[in-house]
Design a protein around this ligand. Structure first.
Ligand code: C6P
Length: 412
């Protein structure tokens, strides 16, 4: 496998042509959202200039073209994650909406008083709050898998928490705070033996590694387009056909019905049952173009590139005595995302000072307050890589954190 060339890739991304206060833009906030190549921007423009219409509704040319583009994008998503059927792919706005849909619909069907739902303590709020609401309404019980000192889930903890009382397990593939890649194969296998269904939050993994949903055997799997070079406002919910067929609709309205009477209605087949109202066709088209782009480069090369950057960054950061890293040190257990703290300096100050050097990172609780409480840290700073990041980006970031110390009077 030949290495990818990030400097070449950067040429496709117009955002990197700009300078931030005369510095190269060092964008290390890819866990929050990613930048778009011209191929994605052009695909969206092209759709808007030539094919825009309301899909599935009209007999005219534009409506037909919009329908074709929407369906083509869905087929690209199906192939991208190797789902068996196109009906198993539902477009939503984002990961958050996908999980809300599942918690509402699947939860309503499966959860009764005393039934258990198991999450990891490291979940993003989007994979906690929808379940909290469900158990308050239905009388279920929320249980958490805890992590060891390295931020990993042990086999014993999986067996302790996922039992024959568990009806749903919902867990992130990769933590957006620790970068840990959780042992989801083991979790899915054990949960299935216990008779539970499994929801995987793939928001942080899908953009960075090859997902084969049939091999993984997850029952439901969700992710967002904007974290994988696509536009905001388009997300995906994958579900096994038999599970989706059994789930009641989430949003009610146009496009998701079969017949409507004065007092009741019957619903359209999959996937339309879950796609009420006019859909985000330009978002779907943009996501389709993003998938084309990622596949052309190759997910395995992207993953390798990020591993190289992570190893390089961890080495350089750990050589600074005042830097502490959260999460596993073992590269095999983590993705291209590093949370860190610097002695005596608040993460928000680190992010603000780095910004003045053109280095964009994230700081705060990362929408994972239960995890921050569990780790007993109020906040962290975080860098996260993608295919267009370079070793030079890491060097500029590391020089930046040395300068943060100097700025605040701590010396080097
Ligand atoms: N995390 C970050 O870490 P939306 O906003 O719906 O596209 O994605 C929500 C979400 C769900 N699960 C995980 C694991 C996530 O990381 C995120 C989004 C971003 O910077 C924003 S808080």
């Amino acid at each position: 496998m030949h290495k990818l060339n990030p400097e070449e890739i950067r040429k496709d991304f117009p955002i990197f042509k700009q300078r931030i206060q005369d510095n190269r833009l060092v964008y290390l906030d890819n866990g929050a959202t990613t930048q778009k190549p011209m191929q994605v921007i052009n695909a969206i423009n092209n759709y808007n200039q030539n094919s825009h219409g309301n899909p599935h509704r009209g007999a005219h040319q534009l409506s037909i073209r919009a329908t074709e583009e929407y369906d083509l994008a869905k087929e690209k998503v199906r192939k991208f994650i190797n789902a068996r059927y196109i009906e198993e792919i539902i477009f939503t706005r984002n990961t958050t909406e996908s999980i809300n849909l599942i918690a509402y619909s699947c939860g309503k069907k499966l959860i009764n008083k005393g039934d258990e739902i198991v999450l990891a303590i490291s979940e993003h709020h989007s994979n906690i709050l929808p379940w909290q609401r469900l158990v308050k309404e239905n009388g279920g019980i929320l249980k958490y898998i805890y992590l060891n000192e390295e931020g990993r889930i042990s086999p014993e903890e999986i067996k302790r928490k996922i039992t024959d009382r568990t009806k749903i397990v919902s867990i992130a593939h990769m933590s957006n705070v620790l970068g840990t890649i959780h042992p989801i194969e083991e979790i899915i296998d054990h949960a299935h033996k216990m008779g539970s269904i499994v929801v995987i939050d793939g928001a942080q993994s899908t953009p960075h590694m090859k997902i084969d949903i049939q091999k993984l055997d997850a029952d439901l799997f969700v992710f967002s387009g904007h974290k994988m070079l696509g536009p905001m406002g388009i997300g995906v919910l994958y579900g096994k056909k038999e599970i989706l067929e059994d789930m009641p609709p989430f949003l009610m309205g146009g496009d998701m019905i079969e017949y409507v009477y004065e007092q009741e209605a019957t619903f359209a087949p999959l996937p339309y049952k879950f796609e009420a109202g006019t859909q985000n066709v330009e978002g779907a088209v943009g996501l389709g173009a993003a998938i084309d782009y990622l596949e052309k480069i190759g997910l395995d090369r992207i993953e390798n590139h990020e591993k190289m950057l992570t190893e390089y960054a961890l080495d350089r950061m750990l050589s600074l005595p005042y830097v502490s890293i959260q999460g596993p040190k073992d590269l095999e257990m983590r993705g291209g995302l590093i949370s860190f703290t610097i002695d005596d300096i608040h993460p928000h100050d680190i992010a603000t000072i780095l910004d003045s050097y053109g280095v964009a990172i994230r700081a705060g609780h990362h929408c994972a307050q239960p995890l921050m409480r569990y780790l007993d840290v109020p906040a962290t700073s975080r860098i996260s890589f993608y295919l267009y990041n370079t070793k030079e980006d890491v060097d500029l970031f590391v020089e930046g954190i040395k300068n943060v110390r100097k700025w605040l009077g701590y010396g080097s």
